[in-house]
Design a protein around this ligand. Structure first.
Ligand code: B1M
Length: 291
């Protein structure tokens, strides 16, 4: 296959992931392999760029949960072919993640999205499913040499099990090698600080940035600072646009949601927490005008 055709195949692959076309992903991945393209190039240059677009469409409310899950399924179809090849060729994953919904909690849609986005970003992901006992996180992390334990909770009654899991990770002597990250609708950065989590992410795209930042694989420090600053500036712009809209209108609400999402991305990239908190407070004040 000529270089031009490979580029075209990567574009087709990315587009198939964006529209959730698992059949085309399957066929294109096989075709690339047959013509000698490496598994890691297929993932890094074809599939991950497609999933990045999906993450962005989701973050900006152009895609909703069903579309993301369909894209995630397409991504999985490609990964199913490539995973054994990667294992054989010894390509190192970006990091190893154990992820699950905490004990007592049966919600898994958000957790599955985070798991898929992490896998799409090159992480080796071990999913413990729902209702995960703290000991199961520890056992799975130990068995797989994980460096991230990710917990998801959707209930105020179950989020307390995040603290129990962090304590179990510490009691097992894993605190030095494992970063505990948390997320889910009732969870906040403040709660993460309170229970001693290493990080909080508001959405799946931010979870990927956070995991990469904690493992130091998001490029050099300058890149990271620039990414954080760029998200922050975009968030401020989105807020400025939103405040010009009439409270109670869809454009006002959408603008605020976008500003909030971008601020969380900036937070996940490690941008100045004082600036982040101040901007978040401004967004909250503007939200109060909705009422
Ligand atoms: Co339940 N439920 N539910 N529910 N449910 C909520 C959460 C609730 C807010 C509804 C409400 O009352 N308005 C409420 C919780 C109230 C509270 O505690 N504050 C609630 C309740 C009360 C319950 C039951 C107790 C109801 C009952 O039986 N009386 C019961 C509990 C069962 C249990 O868990 N023990 C229950 C059951 C269920 C269903 C089984 C019917 C179903 C779950 C199906 C499933 O997950 N397979 C369900 C659903 C679907 C919901 C709502 C409607 C949607 C949740 C969802 O999937 N959101 C929810 C109301 C709502 O949120 N509108 C509700 C979409 C998903 C993409 O978002 O999960 O937030 P989310 O994930 C996001 C981020 O939070 C973040 O990234 C994701 C993608 O951007 N994120 C992470 C998530 N995990 C992360 C981890 C990270 C980082 C980021 O790092 C590791």
């Amino acid at each position: 296959m000529s270089r031009f055709d490979v580029d075209q195949a990567f574009k087709d692959l990315g587009n198939a992931i964006i529209r959730g076309d698992a059949g085309t992903v399957d066929a294109t991945v096989r075709q690339c392999l047959e013509t000698g393209v490496s598994a890691s190039d297929i993932i890094n240059d074809g599939m991950i760029p497609g999933m990045d677009v999906v993450g962005e469409l989701f973050r900006t409310n152009q895609y909703y949960v069903p579309e993301v899950l369909i894209s995630a399924r397409a991504m999985k179809a490609g990964m199913a072919i490539l995973r054994p090849i990667l294992a054989e060729s010894g390509v190192e994953p970006v990091g190893k993640v154990v992820i699950g919904t905490v004990r007592g909690d049966l919600h898994d849609i958000g957790k599955n999205l985070v798991a898929m986005m992490l896998e799409g970003a090159g992480f080796d992901v071990h999913d413990t499913g729902i209702d995960t006992h703290p000991d199961e996180y520890v056992q799975t992390a130990t068995a797989n040499g994980a460096n991230i334990v990710g917990m998801s909770a959707l209930l105020t009654t179950t989020m307390t099990n995040m603290r129990n899991t962090i304590e179990a990770v510490e009691a097992a002597g894993l605190a030095d090698q494992v970063h505990c990250i948390i997320g889910g609708a009732p969870v906040t950065q403040r709660y993460a600080d309170e229970i001693g989590a290493d990080g909080y992410a508001a959405d799946a795209a931010s979870a990927v940035i956070l995991a990469k930042r904690l493992l130091g694989v998001l490029g050099d420090t300058q890149d990271l600072e620039e990414a954080g600053r760029s998200f922050y500036l975009q968030a401020r712009d989105a807020l400025q646009v939103a405040v010009r809209e009439e409270p109670g209108t869809a454009s006002h609400a959408d603008g605020l949601m976008e500003a909030e999402g971008l601020t969380e991305q900036a937070r996940a990239a490690g941008y100045n927490p004082t600036h982040i908190d101040r901007l978040m407070a401004e967004i909250e004040r503007e939200k109060a005008r909705e009422a």
